[in-house]
Design a binder for this molecule. Sequence first.
Ligand SMILES: NC(=O)c1ccc[n+]([C@@H]2O[C@H](COP(=O)([O-])OP(=O)(O)OC[C@H]3O[C@@H](n4cnc5c(N)ncnc54)[C@H](OP(=O)(O)O)[C@@H]3O)[C@@H](O)[C@H]2O)c1
Length: 130
Amino acid sequence: MPSSISSSNQKVAIVTGSSSGIGFETSLTLARSGFFTYATMRNLGKGEVIKSAAAKEGLPLRVAQLDVTEDRSINDAVHSIISDVGKIDVLVNNAGYGLNGAFEDLAMEEIKAQFETTTWYLFRLPCALC
Ligand SMILES: NC(=O)c1ccc[n+]([C@@H]2O[C@H](COP(=O)([O-])OP(=O)(O)OC[C@H]3O[C@@H](n4cnc5c(N)ncnc54)[C@H](OP(=O)(O)O)[C@@H]3O)[C@@H](O)[C@H]2O)c1
């Protein structure tokens, strides 16, 4: 039961960008390895696939909302997880995306948004855990 995790040896992991790709697979791998895993994603509507994959195998995995570019979303997720299970032992700061194209074809807003997502969040989430 989640409420007993803080007093057990089970480690708690949180993975960002778990709706697809590396984050999706890493969440399942951690859960299969015994971590109580929070597969986080900005759009919970994309969470059904990983939820049913975890349910099929009886894995200790929950889905939670977390947009790495929004302080409020980060803080809400961290507080909710801590109040649920009491701790976070492992953070996989995976969320992000690439931006393809020539500089002259890209808008400054697109470049800033990609930089913000793949750079600043690396500091935001660990800071929220302090
Ligand atoms: N695959 C590669 O060869 C490669 C190479 C270098 C670096 N990387 C990095 O490795 C990470 C995973 O890549 P991938 O190949 O697994 O790509 P992917 O399948 O596109 O997965 C990226 C994940 O990041 C999420 N994401 C994007 N912006 C977000 C935000 N603001 N808040 C929360 N989640 C957000 C996406 O969510 P949505 O579904 O909502 O978009 C998606 O779940 C990325 O950071 C990528 O830049 C990958």
